[in-house]
Design a protein around this ligand. Sequence first.
Ligand code: RIB
Length: 333
Amino acid sequence: MSNIRDVAREAGVSVATVSRALSDPDKVSQTSLNKVHSAIDKVGYRPNMLARSFRSAKSYAVVVLVPDITNPFFSQVIRSIEDRAQQKGYAVLLGDTRGILEREKEYIRRVETRLADGVIQLRPDEPEKQSSYMPEGVVCVNACGCESTKGPRVRIDNRGAAKAVVDYLISLGHKRIGVISGLKDNPHTIDRLAGYKEALAGADIAFDKSLVAEGDFTTWSGLNSAKQFCTMTERPTAIFCMNDEMAIGAIQTLKSHGLRVPEDISVTGFDDISYARYCDPSLTTVAQPAEEIGKLAMDMLLRLIEGEELAQEENVLPAEFVIRKSTGVPCKD
Ligand code: RIB
């Protein structure tokens, strides 16, 4: 079996450099890192990770809490977290919590018992739950924060992005704009609904709560919630859906009621998941920077793990409004 000295000999670097490349890759030049990695492959060296963890008192694993693993937006964020974690020598433990606090606590216990070094939370925190569920000493970054999130966080301007979507619909001539929201207490729902209301107020359109249908961010809920708009005597001419999955579900329902999108009714989404450009018609939506969100959240968590104080660090990343074929001017009748 090969050892660290074989790697150093093969790579033409010192044993200390090999050791640093394994434990602290940021402190080694890219050229030396490349040499060490190809030498490891060549000599078939398998470092003793248990010994490494023992020496550093770290597990080199992080927990990612995801409220819905089937949501493609979250998969994109997780992929980016995983890529970054791997570059930094960390593994990712995935907790598909379905938003259930008990399941979250189960995963958080892994950090308390040192099976992982920190947590990335993808559920936007509801303010009253924030202090109660994260034990003292557990480092955590919220990667999908909102305006009320406390602690180290990455977020987009959900309110501003929602306002931009509704402003656009108003600029096309829509006045009766329905909403398919997430669950009403979800902080993303709160921020996005605030953006919707701001856009209406800016155009002197009165808010009408009968135009808000509550979904839960799943395709199924979009499919169901859209039904109430199809049967209204005075139907909305556009629907702002708070994510792409619900928008795709809503489009199915509208079509099955003989309505054309966008000729009879415009539909918008939020996230820009990959299906958004391939569904029929392609979806006008807000592109969240999923890759940057994941990378930045992982980098922040690593800084916390290294003992840096990031108590209230907030990173608000830009989101892009993407106009596709699901929106148009309202029909005249
Ligand atoms: O929680 C579900 C939604 O919130 C996702 O679709 C994404 O929009 C996230 O921000």
